[in-house]
Design a protein around this ligand. Structure first.
Ligand SMILES: Cc1cc2nc3c(=O)[nH]c(=O)nc-3n(C[C@H](O)[C@H](O)[C@H](O)COP(=O)(O)O)c2cc1C
Length: 99
């Protein structure tokens, strides 16, 4: 799939997840299902001409279910983003830097 299409899918998915969350639904994105395409195609009757990029589970969260009490921490922004200042400096920006 072209990079431009992948970016579009990512943006679409984020908007979809935010919209579902805003309406009180819980979501879980799963790219791991692409490792089992035959099973997924058979269970969901997905034709061969459609690519399987990821799965998305949508439902109402059960806060009493033990697995739902696991909260994955996010990396700090400087681990994910490199701010370039135009002077060849590729060091991650520090908090308070002018960008
Ligand atoms: C693109 C993408 C693919 C993911 N694929 C999987 C996956 O295959 N299996 C999995 O356990 N979690 C996967 N995750 C993580 C979960 O969807 C989810 O983000 C994680 O359990 C943390 O939950 P939270 O985002 O509600 O904090 C993926 C996340 C993203 C953004």
């Amino acid at each position: 799939m072209p990079v431009l299409a992948l970016l579009g899918v990512g943006m679409f998915l984020q908007t979809l997840l935010l919209a579902l969350t805003a309406r009180g639904l819980a979501t879980s994105l799963e790219v791991s299902i692409t490792g089992y395409p035959e099973i997924v195609r058979a269970q969901l009757a997905i034709p061969e001409d459609l690519s399987i990029l990821c799965g998305l589970a949508v439902g109402y969260e059960d806060p009493d279910f033990a697995a739902n009490r696991l909260h994955v921490r996010r990396n700090p922004i400087e681990k994910n983003v490199i701010f370039l200042d135009g002077e060849g400096d590729k060091e991650p920006a520090q908090q308070g830097d002018r960008l």
